[in-house]
Design a protein. Structure first.
Length: 429
């Protein structure tokens, strides 16, 4: 499928992964007739630059998710009279907008207008570029400054953009999902630490308040006793020096207790202020974590769609090979990817066994699986050091071949199947 419908207009060639049906598109969302004023605005589109409905549908998900904020997208769909736009989830709104972007009608034109208006500064910055090299240089500068959304939209719609440049910027935006996931885990750990600190501070303040209350009760009792003793002395009107000295001593003691009380009250107020600050910081951190979790959920949806597209292409390529019922053992990797790898292996007429390297599967099962397989594969980036050494030792002992994979992705697995079907030095015995 072409990156753009009119490849000659944009001077582009090449293919992108086949689109996968948007799961949200099956929801009973519908657009009522758009208001007349919005239809008129939608007709005002700039010339020269590409329109969103001219881009590959594979780019619409990343454009909507990266270049439009969720609140702004909801307001836009409400203006378009989209059914349930006010109550739909963020993911449902995202899916509806992706579907609308591929239609050349008022909805897509209004989305185009909203993107152009939101990122007009970035579009103007990219306007002087005359070649793909100039556009890429401006993209690298914007990415270095963290100005991803506007630059991404400006690059994809620029008249000098090529298919190679589209793949380059799309890959960089895709990798942000991994960085967001790592940042989210760090924020979650920080949140847990703040909650533990908050609980400890609350317990400490409670203990200090109890101690302060007990001290105040004790002080009040002492003051009452001293006041009674002082009143008794004054009433007796004793003139001797001993009585005067005792009265002075009692007065000094009362003053000292009052000073201690003031100090304790000040300490309590300081602790209460510190507790207020910690509670505020804790609530801010929780809100940031919740926002990060929503971003990660959207990026995971996008990543899942891309993984499914890669698997479909990998299956198509694997069908070109015939491994004649070869039995393969895959050790390590991500459990969620094993069904995809099994589909690819089955398409190449091979059987795939799997062992997770000892995470949940018992390590003692590995020797039996190696004996059943003819070739053992393992991704070097997703297997423990001990499991990799065990695989190599068992293969050498049983005379079986093993193939280390560069990564745990479908692409590396498909490349290994190709090498197995046409033996090279990449298969070790």
């Amino acid at each position: 499928m072409s990156l753009y419908p009119d490849a000659r207009r944009h001077g582009l060639s090449g293919t992108l992964l086949r689109p996968v049906q948007n799961p949200v598109a099956a929801r009973p969302f519908a657009l009522r007739q758009a208001p007349a004023e919005l239809a008129e605005i939608a007709e005002e589109t700039p010339s020269g630059r590409s329109k969103i409905w001219e881009l590959s549908p594979n780019l619409h998900c990343s454009i909507i998710g990266t270049c439009l904020a969720t609140d702004e997208l909801r307001q836009l769909l409400v203006k378009l009279n989209a059914t349930d736009a006010r109550t739909a989830t963020d993911h449902e709104l995202h899916g509806l907008a992706v579907t609308l972007a591929s239609r050349r009608d008022a909805g897509a034109k209004i989305i185009q207008k909203a993107l152009d208006r939101r990122h007009s500064i970035a579009i103007n910055q990219f306007r002087p570029a005359k070649s793909a090299e100039d556009v890429r240089a401006l993209w690298d500068q914007a990415a270095g400054r963290g100005e991803i959304p506007g630059a991404y939209w400006a690059v994809l719609t620029h008249q000098a953009t090529t298919a190679e440049l589209v793949r380059y910027v799309f890959g960089q935006v895709h990798m942000l999902s991994h960085l967001v996931g790592a940042a989210n885990r760090a924020d979650f750990r920080r949140l847990m630490e703040l909650e533990a600190d908050n609980a400890e501070l609350r317990e400490k303040v409670a203990r200090q308040q109890t101690q302060l209350r007990d001290a105040i009760i004790c002080r009040d009792a002492k003051i009452r006793d001293l006041e009674r003793a002082l009143a008794s002395r004054v009433a007796a009107q004793e003139d001797d020096a001993t009585a005067d000295l005792e009265a002075d001593t009692l007065l000094r003691l009362v003053a000292q207790l009052q000073k201690q009380l003031s100090a304790e009250i000040g300490r309590r107020e300081r602790f209460e202020q510190k507790l207020e600050a910690e509670i505020t910081a804790h609530n801010d951190q929780r809100r940031r974590c919740q926002a990060a979790e929503r971003d990660v959920a959207e990026l995971r949806d996008e990543l899942g769609a891309l993984d499914e597209k890669w698997t479909v292409d990998a299956v198509a390529q694997a069908e070109k090979q015939d491994l004649r019922g070869l039995k393969l053992l895959y050790v390590g990797g991500r459990p969620s990817q094993v069904p995809q790898l099994a589909r690819v292996a089955e398409s190449a007429n091979a059987e795939l066994l799997h062992h997770d390297g000892g995470v949940e599967d018992r390590a003692g099962l590995l020797a039996g699986l190696v004996s059943q397989a003819e070739i053992v594969l393992f991704p070097v980036d997703c297997i423990s050091h001990d499991a990799a050494l065990t695989v190599k030792r068992l293969c050498q002992k049983s005379g079986k071949s093993f193939v280390p994979l560069r990564s745990n992705g479908v692409t590396s697995f498909l490349s290994a199947l190709s090498r197995i079907g046409h033996p090279t030095d990449g298969v070790s015995a």
